[in-house]
Design a protein around this ligand. Structure first.
Ligand SMILES: [Zn+2]
Ligand SMILES: [Zn+2]
Length: 306
């Protein structure tokens, strides 16, 4: 697992992978959601309404909202259960076919004989989707829950709606533990926008692809050819001998993290290049990079397996 975002051909496309509309519990209709993301400079959007019975199991057709400068990927947030805490799973599936066989999930509660969350995620992956464990901290996910989700490509490490609404945005706690166990994973920041509070335009992915098409974006997501951001840009992240070289938009802090307590940082003013010595991260089987700008906004690389 070495992220290809900085070596793959193409350019970066900005997108939000987790969004709701009036087709489930969001406030705006799908056309207006797409219009707002496009107007804010996004290149693509995945509308991921809750795939449950009370909303008539929506996988919303967003094809009509595509144009020359903006595309959409069909998707949904999948629910089945239970997690260890007795609540239903929230599983993000981007790139679902419209005819994906619906689970028996009539509402946000449990029903007898329900498909397990991991089985539902595996079906989504088999159907072609890029699948992520949504908002682990908000869900109260345990490490055992996360381990059981073997099919997932990614963990949602920052969920802007969960940051704004309940200060439970984090997925790094679980993701770092899974990485240390040897699990191959990528890391996504999303909005989880419903537009009933300032839960939008706060966290996104920058996906490297040769074309802004659903097919190319989906392939790049599965390949790990992306990074996540709240604002800062990553231009290159590479390991050279005993240091990590990071090229980025103006940064105040560049951090390299690894297993356990290992982390090394370099601080400065308007840094566009940092050389971070591996130090205690050298013994870790993986590392990742966080860039923080002067306003406190962050960008996060995918993990690099060593
Ligand atoms: Zn959710
Ligand atoms: Zn959601």
């Amino acid at each position: 697992m070495t992220p290809t975002a900085f070596t793959a051909p193409g350019r970066f496309w900005r997108g939000n992978l987790h969004t709701h509309s009036t087709r489930s519990d969001g406030v705006l209709d799908p056309a207006e959601v797409c219009r707002r993301y496009r107007a804010e400079g996004y290149d693509f959007l995945a509308l991921t309404d809750h795939l449950i019975g009370i909303y008539d199991y929506p996988i919303v057709d967003t094809v009509p909202f595509r144009d020359a400068g903006f595309t959409t990927i069909l998707g949904a947030e999948l629910h089945s259960g239970p997690m260890a805490n007795g609540e239903v799973w929230h599983i993000l599936a981007v790139g679902l076919p419209a005819d994906f066989a619906r689970p028996d999930a009539p509402h946000f509660g449990l029903v007898a004989g329900m498909e397990t969350g991991p089985a539902l995620a595996a079906r989504a992956v088999a159907a072609g989707a890029f699948v992520a464990i949504a908002h682990p901290q908000w869900s109260g996910l345990t490490l055992a829950d996360a381990r059981s989700m073997g099919a997932a490509h990614a963990v949602e490490i920052y969920n802007h709606g969960c940051a704004v609404g309940c200060d439970r945005a984090d997925g790094f706690g679980i993701a770092d533990l899974l990485l240390t166990e040897g699990r191959d994973l990528t890391l996504i920041a999303t909005d989880d926008a419903h537009f009933h509070e300032p839960d939008h335009f706060g966290g996104w992915v920058m996906v490297k692809a040769e074309a802004n098409t659903p097919e190319a974006l989906l392939a790049a997501l599965k390949d790990g050819a992306f990074y996540s951001s709240q604002g800062p840009e990553l231009h290159d992240v590479r390991v050279e001998d005993t240091r990590v070289v990071v090229e980025c938009s103006a940064a105040a802090t560049v951090i390299v993290q690894g297993a356990g307590t290992a982390a090394v940082n370099v601080q400065g003013t308007s840094m566009t290049r940092a050389e971070v010595p591996l130090g205690r991260v050298e013994r870790s089987s993986w590392l990742r990079v966080t860039v923080v700008d002067a306003a406190g906004k962050r960008a996060w690389s995918n993990p690099i397996r060593r």
